[in-house]
Structures are given as C-alpha cells and as structure tokens.
Unconditional design. Structure first.
Length: 168
C-alpha cells in the first residue's frame, strides 16, 4: 500500500446534439419535468443548487449540483428500486449527469455527459440517453414525441441492447 495517489479513468457516455429551438425553450425541457413526461415520468427537478431530483416516480433520485439557467444543469444520479422509501440506500453506484447548452444562431448546442458508468451498463446507458435526446429533439422541433418505448426499441437495435435481458 502506497500513500501516493493514482490516476483512475472512468467510463462516461457523452452526446452532442444541435437542436432547432431557442435556448430558453430547450432549457425548459431539461428542467421542467412536466414538459417531458415521456422521459421523466412523474417527477421534479428543484431549480436550485441543492435541490432534489426525483424522476420516474422516484426510481431516479439525486441532488442538483449546478443550476445556471439557461446554460448548465448538473445533478447526481442514483437508481432505486421501485417504491423504495425515502432514506433507502441504492444498490447502484452514484453517478453524475451534466447538461450544457450554448446558442448556435437559431439553434442550440446541447452536450450531455453521464459518468461514471459501470461497464455492464455502458450500452444500456447510451441507449437510454440517446432515447432521452430523441425525445428532447422532437419537443424542440414542436412535435409531440413518440412514446419512450418507440425510441427505446430503435435505439436498442443501434446499441445492441436486448430489452428482454437488461443488466440489473
């Protein structure tokens, strides 16, 4: 055992998308859970550092770590069993989600980074965030997004994920 630190690299999922909408509209889709129920389910994101994040009926919980409208949102990401009570422990490692926005003329450049991702969950995580961004993009274009399952099936094929045999 050594007192010297070591460099550790972690796995992350990162996406860049250009969205056809004003930055304020995209910001609202990222922060107001009722605007993207196809993704967030029943949930809330308290709009402040230290605010609670509860998505998909509490399946996802976290704490807002950065809230800089309309440019940056970050929060911790914890996965809980369905109906886990408040104060329960998660069986999964905590991770972090970062979303940044910048105006690009009439469009918005969105960068999503989620880390660390355990190796067994890399493809599923990429599929999930690809689905999320497909929903955000449809909403940004002013369309009613297809349901999440439609996007999930398309993206499962893209990432080679068997939806009937997900990592747990």
């Amino acid at each position: 055992m050594s007192a010297k630190g070591e460099i550790v690299k972690v796995s992350a999922v990162r996406f860049e998308r250009r969205l056809p909408a004003p930055i304020e509209r995209v910001w609202r889709f990222l922060t107001e859970a009722e605007l993207l129920p196809a993704w967030y389910g029943n949930g809330t994101i308290e709009p402040r550092p230290g605010g609670a994040v509860r998505l998909m009926d509490g399946h996802i919980r976290g704490i807002v770590t950065r809230f800089q409208p309309p440019h940056a949102l970050a929060y911790t990401w914890n996965v809980f069993e369905p109906n886990a009570p408040d104060g329960a422990s998660s069986d999964y490692p905590e991770s972090y989600l970062q979303l940044t926005l910048s105006s690009q003329g009439k469009d918005v450049a969105l960068v999503l980074t989620h880390f660390p991702i355990p190796e067994a969950f890399e493809k599923q995580t990429a599929m999930g965030w690809h689905t999320y961004l497909d929903i955000v993009e449809a909403a940004a274009r002013g369309e009613a997004p297809a349901d999440r399952q439609t996007f999930m099936h398309k993206n499962a094929a893209l990432y080679g994920v068997d939806l009937n045999n997900l990592a747990r």
